[in-house]
Every structure is written in C-alpha cells, then in structure tokens.
Design a protein around this ligand. Structure first.
Ligand code: PNS
Length: 160
C-alpha cells in the first residue's frame, strides 16, 4: 500500500485512533490522517486544534502526516493520490455503517477500504464518550494521549 488515509472527526484523537495510525503506518509507505471539516457540526475542539493535537501525537511515526478535507472523502483520495482508506473496526456495531461507506466509496471512485480490528483494550472507546466522561469530571487518563488529556482538561474548564 503506497498512500493510505485514516479519515475522521478526531474530536479529540484517542489512544484507539492512535493504535490504528500506528498499525496503518507499518502497512503503508505514507499515512495521511485527514480531519473532516464539518460545517454542520462544530465540535468541542476546532479543526485547527484537532490538527495540532494529531500532529503532536503522530510525530514519532515518521511516515504519518495530518491534513483536513471538506466534502467527499473519495474526492480527497483522487486529488491526493490516495490508494486506500484505513479504518478501525471496534465491534460488530461499527460494521454495518462502515461496510455501507466502504461500498459507496468503491462505487463512487473505486477506492478500496481496509479495516483494522481495534485493539480490544480500546473496543469501547470513542471521542464522544471521552468528552462526556471528562465533562462530568471522570478520569480519562490512558484513553487519550497525555498531551490531549491536558488540552481536554483546560478546554472543559474554559467552557464551563
Ligand atoms: O470520526 P467519524 O466522524 O466517525 O468519521 C466519519 C468520516 C469522516 C470518516 C465520514 O463521515 C466521511 O468519510 N465523511 C466525508 C464525507 C463523505 O465522503 N461521505 C460519503 C461517505 S460514503
């Protein structure tokens, strides 16, 4: 695999996402982590903040870079010479929607999707749950990278 893309909202990036980036970086020459710019949904962190966090976190992985995109993922793939989309599958509940998107992306542009089975340590983990738990004072240490944990705490205290 030459260029792979790991797309998502990453609001914020979790250790589950990082596990997928790391494993994708061993299979592809280059991995692009692409943050969706969603004009309908603002999120806790701005796209710029998410990109900063992702850039910090993926720095040790030499062949990973971070970008953002607006619109269809397959258009990003065509414009940037991406060979495959790489996604993590946490559980059967992810499968239906992920399969639909993979089939639609193949139908639209012949872009392949590869699924990585999420490390069971992170099978219950999502950015939404991390935000919910952290917002109500729960401890999310070990679920997000250290640098993200710090930003999460200060973001939550500044929004409360
Ligand atoms: O982290 P998320 O929010 O679950 O990621 C979803 C994402 C960004 C991968 C998906 O919504 C997507 O690819 N959006 C881009 C728009 C698009 O191409 N839609 C058609 C999908 S078949």
């Amino acid at each position: 695999m030459k260029i792979a893309v790991c797309p998502g909202s990453f609001d914020p990036v979790t250790n589950g996402h990082f596990d997928v980036f790391e494993r994708a970086s061993r299979m592809a020459d280059e991995v692009v982590v692409a943050v969706l710019i969603n004009r309908k949904k603002s999120g806790l962190f701005t796209v710029e903040e998410r990109i900063e966090m992702l850039t910090e976190v993926t720095k040790p992985l030499g062949n990973v870079r971070v970008d953002s995109f607006y619109g269809l993922l397959v258009d990003y793939c065509k414009d940037h010479g991406v060979n495959a989309i790489v996604k993590g599958l946490r559980a059967v509940s992810d499968f239906d929607y992920e399969l639909q998107m993979a089939q639609m992306n193949f139908r639209l542009a012949g872009v392949e999707t590869c699924f990585i089975s999420t490390n069971p340590l992170y099978s219950y983990l999502s950015s939404s749950l991390v935000k919910e738990v952290a917002t109500h004072g729960g401890d999310v240490t070990g679920l997000v990278p250290e640098s993200v944990l710090k930003r999460l705490k200060s973001k939550i205290s500044s929004t409360m």
